[in-house]
Design a protein around this ligand. Structure first.
Ligand code: HEM
Length: 303
């Protein structure tokens, strides 16, 4: 979730350029971003983020059942840029953001915007209404080319904030050995023998949780499997340490892109247009002058 990033990181974009969502959302999937080529001070403009995925897909939920995917996104604007207020937005922007609840990342980072989780079916594209700063009012901003970084995610993450694995993962053999028993929680934790029950972390005390026991060189080694991922090995099978023992239930993923954005001075555009007009007029006048000289030369030849 975006707030997991807010809790754990002051800045969601690492020095390497990686956006931190990728630390827990391990699968890569495409993200689209539409950013205007140039904007002027005070201009309110849209950044559109596309989060495409196959809408017919369902994902594994925390309790092991299946459900739709949710989406979320982060937009890292250049410093000085910020989310538009309700009053600054156009009617269309107000409508588009009515259900998305975009928030600044933190008080210190109002130029970084977060959204989500939102239902994925209705939010394949998310609009961020943004205001450009004015260098005349904020001397720390300059007219120049900036970068905008956009990250977007669909589906549940693989790591919880405490570092444990969510059930939306491939689970792997803890050691080389042979699968000798699978104990299942059918209704509650008392279904398991006490020694196995003590291995199950509280968040996995759910119907459908399994404890696999492997016979290894160093005795029995256990693996707790939360509800959801399907077991792909059978009792009696031998596995090597690190071999997958379940399918990969994850259908979501995270992707990030960067775009250029020019903060353009309207005066510069005006002077450029004036210069181009002057060049054009000079060219026309030169052609006219040439015609005039040609007329005089023709008259001289005839005379
Ligand atoms: C769930 C987005 C950062 C771990 C989600 C969901 C979204 C999302 C939209 C809901 C998915 C669904 O229900 O289909 C993001 C974005 C992030 C971010 C945009 C960065 C700004 C993180 C981080 C972690 C994390 C840093 C790990 C510390 C998870 C987990 C879930 C999840 C474990 C599943 C929770 C559950 O349902 O049990 N995230 N996330 N996310 N996220 Fe993130």
């Amino acid at each position: 979730f975006p707030y997991y990033a807010q809790m754990a990181y002051d800045n969601p974009r690492e020095a390497t350029g990686k956006i931190v969502c990728a630390n827990c959302h391990l699968n890569a999937m495409p993200t689209r971003a539409e950013v205007p080529q140039a904007v002027t001070p005070g201009q309110v403009f849209d950044i559109k983020v596309g989060i495409p995925y196959d809408l017919s897909k369902q994902q594994l939920l925390a309790d092991g059942s299946k459900g739709g995917l949710n989406v979320g996104a982060v937009v890292v604007l250049p410093e000085g840029f910020r989310l538009a207020t309700e009053e600054e937005m156009t009617e269309a922007q107000r409508e588009e953001t009515a259900e998305t609840y975009i928030t600044p990342y933190s008080d210190e980072k109002p130029h970084i915007l977060l959204v989500g989780p939102l239902a994925g079916e209705e939010h394949q594209e998310i609009v961020f209404p943004v205001v450009a700063p004015d260098p005349a009012e904020d001397p720390s901003v300059a007219f120049m080319k900036y970068k905008v970084f956009v990250g977007a995610n669909r589906g549940r993450g693989q790591l919880n904030p405490d570092g444990s694995l969510s059930n939306n993962n491939v689970f792997r053999a803890p050691a080389t050995g042979r699968l000798v028993s699978v104990a299942l929680i059918e209704s509650d934790i008392s279904d398991l023998p006490a020694d196995l029950a003590s291995l199950v972390p509280p968040e996995y005390e759910l119907p459908g949780t399994r404890v696999l026991s492997f016979e290894t060189e160093n005795g029995i080694q256990n693996l707790v499997l939360p509800p959801g991922p399907d077991l792909i090995i059978n009792l009696g099978d031998s596995v090597k340490e690190g071999d997958p023992v379940t399918n990969n239930p994850n259908v979501g993923g995270f992707g990030q892109v960067e775009r250029d954005l020019v903060l353009q001075s309207p005066d510069r555009v005006k002077w450029l247009l004036a210069f181009l007009a002057a060049v054009f007029i000079a060219q026309v006048v030169l052609v006219l002058k040439k015609k005039q000289v040609e007329l005089i030369q023709a008259a001289e030849i005839l005379g």
